[in-house]
Write a protein that binds this ligand. Sequence first.
Ligand code: PMP
Length: 371
Amino acid sequence: MSLYLDYNASAPIISDVVEIMNNSLEIIGNPSSIHSSGRKARKAIEDSREIIAKTIDCNPKNIIFTSGATEANTLALNCSKEMKTFISSIEHDSVLKQNINANIIPVTLNGIVNLEVLENDLKKTTAEKLFVSIMAVNNETGIIQPLEDISKICKKYNAILHVDAVQAIGRITISMNNLDIDLLTISSHKIGGPKGVGCLAVSDQIYSLLSPIIMGGGQERGFRGGTEAVNQIIGFGAAAEYSQKLKLVNTLNSREALEEKIFSMLPNAVIIGKNSPRVANTSLIAFKNISAESLVIALDIEGYEVSSGSACSSGKISDSHVLKAMHLDESLVKGAIRISLCRSLNKSEILSFCAILKRVINKISNKKKII
Ligand code: PMP
């Protein structure tokens, strides 16, 4: 049995969610139909919408279901095309690739968006319509962005704020209302729900600026055509409810014990973002002149599933744009592995993992010396 340490790539589906989804397969109606089977499907969708809205503190009518966060980010950034847009340098590619004309806001060496640059850039622009996209938590490092400050700056300059909160839900509290966020993206499979479903939450004032990318029968208030993925949405709603009970924050002790042990056994290890606020389940650790790809494969053979922070969809590992943006030494950029916990680890799991990690690193280093 492998130990799965890659929660941020995709969370294991919660067993109660599987059961709820299995039962939901018996819902036969199309949610747009007005007969009772249709109404049953509609009710199930609206129940999920309500639960998800509660999770992020917004009005249920502000939720647009999508096929996942990539689509939600595309829909959000679609309305930035006519505006002067500012995107942080550490965003997920599903944000970064949407608007190639955007101004890139750098991060500090600690991986936090440079608020001074953001404010200065917004202040000096002469454009009337401004759009800012900054994530809540970075998927590679787990570093939490100061959303309260970011939102204040955006409001001061009347800029629309989009937040990719994919890696924040279930880890930290996000209130769309309190933080005055205009657009917010979440994804079901990062919180123990099924893959292939997510949503974009859109504040009332922003709806009129949004234009759909998938047109059809007017579903989702006309912003996302196509029959809703009823079963996926039911699973998403159930996961949103159960994810509150998973208490990923409780993984902090394990994360700290793990980092301490790794550092004591491998003193050259660099814990990325060690001094920055981070979500409790994520640890990105870099090893000088070691290939993360070799490390991920070797650990997998030993039964530990971690990832490189920068693996793309093909599984290939490219240099991480996040670590480059943090100006991490080049000898470390290629050697960073991400360990993201689903649950607390016991002492023996931590010790075994660290022992294997040390063995594997020594093996890779020795091989390099011989070559
Ligand atoms: N944003 C972030 C921060 C992510 O981590 C991911 C998934 N790696 C996405 C967007 C895309 O999510 P999805 O798989 O739901 O399209």
